[in-house]
Design a protein around this ligand. Sequence first.
Ligand code: GLA
Length: 691
Amino acid sequence: MTVPQRWPLPAMAFGGDWNPDQWPREVWQHDITLMQQLGVNLLSLPVFAWPQLEPSEGEYRTDWLAEILDALDAAGIGVALATGTATPPAWLVRAHPEMLPVRADGVRLDFGSRQSYCPSSPVFRDRVAALTTMLATRFGDHPALRLWHVSNEYGDHISRCWCEVCAASFRRWLLRRHGSLAGINAAWGTKVWGQVYTDVEQIEVPRVTPGPDNPARLLDFERFCSDNVLELFRLELDILAELTPGVPRTTNFMGLFHDLDYWRFAAVEDLVSNDAYPDPGNAASHTDIALSYGLMRSLKSLPWLLIESAPSAVSWRPVNVPKAPGQLRAHALQAVAHGSDGAMFFQWRAARTGPERFHSAVLGHRGEASRSFAEASQLAADLATLAPVVGSRVRSSVAMVVDWDTIWALRPDASLPAEISWHAEAYQQHAALHQLGLAVDSVALPDSDLSRYSVVVAPTLYVTSDAQAEALEAFVRAGGTLVVGPFSGVVNECEQVHAGGPPGPLRELLGVEVDEQWPLLETGEQIVEFDSGARTVGRFWAEWIEPSDDVEVVAHYDGRPLHDLPAITCRRLGKGAAYYVSAGLPLDALTPWLHQVCAEAGVDVRMSANPWVEVVTRTDGATDYVFVINHAPTPAEARGPADADVLLAPDGDPPVRRTSGLSITLPPFGVAVLRMPSTTPSLHHVHSIEV
Ligand code: GLA
C-alpha cells in the first residue's frame, strides 16, 4: 500500500470534526459525497467515540471505523485521527469512581458530561495508553491517516483536580522542583503565618483555606497542574511516536488559554493546531483573536492549523450570536492570514442530541439548505485559490512576551496590591498595536530569538527571572526597543519580592526603582501628561517611581496623588531603548504613544484610517500575500500598489487598477488577497519586515 505524504497537505486544509458514529450508516455516504462536492480534504474523527471503540474493557470494535476510513480514503479525504481519549466511557468511570476529578471544595464531579477524569488517575492513564496503542497499531498505516489528533482541548473542562492522587503527585513534583522539604519551605517562605512543614506528607494541594493562601504554593500548583496534563499528553505522544513514527501529532489548543503553558505543550508535538471561536456578538473579537493567532504561529515558528471554528453560532455563551453573512469567510481567512494553513470547523453535521444541538455546523439542521453550507462552499473555493500560500510565514516586526508564570501568578486571590490581569493588559496593548496595522508575534523568555523583532512589548512581567532580564537587556543593547508595562520585575519564580523591590532584575535595564504601587480605586483617576503636552486620564494603576539620572521621563503624573512623578520612562542602552509604563493608560492614549515608539524603532507603521480593515502579510520570501479583511458590516475601501496581482478578489465590484494604485472595494466582511514580489511595497497600511 502506498502511503501518501501525510503533512503538510499540498493545499489549504479544509474540513472539520465529523462524528459519523453518531449517525446511521445511510448518512455516511451522503456526507462523503457532499464533502467531495465541497473539496473537503481533512476531517477530525472520532473525537468522542471511546464507548463505540471499546464497549467494555479490552473489547475493541474498530470495523466501523475501518469502513469509514476506507470510504474517506477512496474519496480522497484525509483524516486527523483522534485518539478518542477525551472522555472516558461510563463503564470505566463506574468501575473506578476514584478516577473522577475533585474540586477544591472537595466535591467529586460525576459522570454525565465530558472530560470526566482526573488527569493523574493511574487507571485512566492505563486505559488511555491501551486505547491509543490499539488505534495506532490498527490504523497507523492507513492511507487516510494524515495526523494524530490527541485527546481534545486538554483542560477545557478539567485541568485541575484536588484529589489525593493529585496531592501525592504534587508532592513528588515539588520535591523534583525544589530538591527537598527544606527547599520547598524556603521557596515558599513558610515562616510567614506559621506555615512551616516538617514532613512532606503534610503538604496538600491548595484546597479551600480559612484565609489567603501562600502565593508561592498557588503558583507551584498552577505549574504542577499544567505539567500534569502535559504528562498525560506525552503518554499518548510517546506511544504514537514509537508505533507510527512518520505521522505528525497534534492536540487542539484554545488560544490564550489560562491553564496550560502552551510553550511547553507545543515543544513536544509536531504541529500546532488551535480552536478559535471569536464572538460575532463582540465587535472587538477580531482584534483579540489576532493576539492568539500570533501565539499559535510563534509557538513553533511555523504555520499552524485552525482545526476547529464555528460556521456560525456556538452554543456555550450566554447569548450565542450567529455570524453575519460573509463572516464565516472573514473569520476563517483571518486565521489563514495569521499563519494557519487551512480552516476547519466544528462540526460537519449538526448534532440533534446532547448539549451542542444548537451549535452551528457546516450542515445545519436544514442540511445542504443551511446558510452555513453555502458559505462554507464559497470558503472552500477561496481556500483552493490560496493553495500557493501554504507554508508561507507571517511578517511581523513586533512581539509580545507571553509568560505563563506571570499569567498564573496574577490571580485575583494572590494578595496583590490590586487586581491586575495579564490578559486584560495584553489585550489592551495588543489592541493598540493592531490598530497600528501590526501583526504581533509572541515570544517566550528567555528562550525565543528576540533579534527578529524591532519592538518587544511585555504587558506586565510580574514574575521576572534573572535569565529573562538578561535576554531583554541583550535585545535592547543590540538595538531593540522594549516596552514594559506596570507591575513588572516584581517577584522571582518563587513569588518572592525581588530584593530592593521592583523592577528587580530589570532595574538596570529600565533605570527606575519603584517605591510603591499606587492602585487607583474604580472611581479613581490619575492624569498623565506626555512630553508632547498630550494629557490622558490613567486608570486602575499607577506607581511611585524614582528614576536614575540617565533616564528620560516621557510622561509624568499630573495632579494628586502622584503629582510630577514620572509615569513613563525611557532608558537608552547600547543601541536600543527600554520604556517603562507604570500607568494604566486608556487605549486612545496608548495607541498614539506606541505609534511614536514603533515609528522611532523603525517599524513601518501608520495609524489605520479604518480600524475595521485588517491587513496581514504572509511571505514565502519570494512572494508576499497580502490579506485585506473587512471586519465591518459595512463596505470599506482599500488601496494597493498598481502592479499588485489580485489572487483572491472580494465579492462585488472588481478591483480597479489606476496609475495611482489598485482600488479595492470590500463588501461587508469582504476579503481580498493580493500577490506581489516580496520587495514590492504593499498596501498603504501594510507594514512588514523581513521574516
Ligand atoms: C471545542 C471542542 C468541540 C466542541 C466545540 C464547540 O472546539 O473541541 O468538541 O465542543 O468546542 O464550540
